[in-house]
Design a protein around this ligand. Sequence first.
Ligand SMILES: [Zn+2]
Length: 327
Amino acid sequence: MLSPALAGNALRTNQFTATTASDAALWQKQARQKLFELMMGGAKPARLPLDAKILQRIESPTNRYVMEQLSLQSLPDRRVHAWLAVPKQPTGKVGGVLALHGHGGTGSQVVRGESLYGYGRALAEMAYLVISPDIGQHELQHTNWTLMGERTWDALRCLDYLETRPEVDLARLAVAGLSLGGETTMYVAAMDERIQAACSSGWLTTIANMKKGHCPCWNFPGLEANFDFSDVFACIAPRLLVLEVGEKERAPGGFPVDIARGAFAEIRSAYRVFGAETNAILDVHPGGHVFHGELFWPPLQQKIGAARRAAVNPSAPDTEPPKPSLK
Ligand SMILES: [Zn+2]
């Protein structure tokens, strides 16, 4: 008899099973297309002119970067609101990082390093050009889309915007996020090959586990018939991927470490097909639902360069957040 987990797996018609790098790359291409179809109204949307409007510019808390508030055209009838952290006096082109918040957070909190989002400020202090959109919460604008589709498309449009900034080296793009931001990080890195490095924190789990009491905004028709999250992560191989899970995770529906380890074994097998196992890193840290960074900053800096070394610890490792940001 199949265990419940394996019974769930049996439903995945697009499970990653490739055994050669060329088959894996072909599978990834088809999986990306399927994700766009399922999440974004049937097909990958057209990229409209961004019509970027800078709304204000202000100093960062440490005077080391400037924060710009801006608005971008995401779809013909939708704009995305975001914040940038722009390094002062960079010595050359810099890496660009999309930094994503969790449930109830804002892009403003990320670039300031407030609440659970110290990593936004940490990245800005490392002199990356950071962009952080307000990820949609629970209001779906287009009824033939999905919430994760609208959230992910808005984030991808922020990468399009980084392409217009002369400060950014387009070969050096990364994404990082906690919780809902870790989930959106998974989709952004899976679906957009411009991303060279990703850190998905407080998110690694299975669909079966997410059904145990978590708010259902992760789900959409066709997802579990095709994929589990490990398959979506497999689209990122062989690029750098760091996955963080806290031993004290308490979010409802939870992100138990044993389930994360099982999902990671599947992801690592996809990296193995590319001969790139060391590019997939699991960080089981002693904290709760927080961004850790410790195993992400060094390979990130190696991959996309850094004008300054990591100096800010985004969270004390044994600090519980005031409340779980995924609810
Ligand atoms: Zn939700």
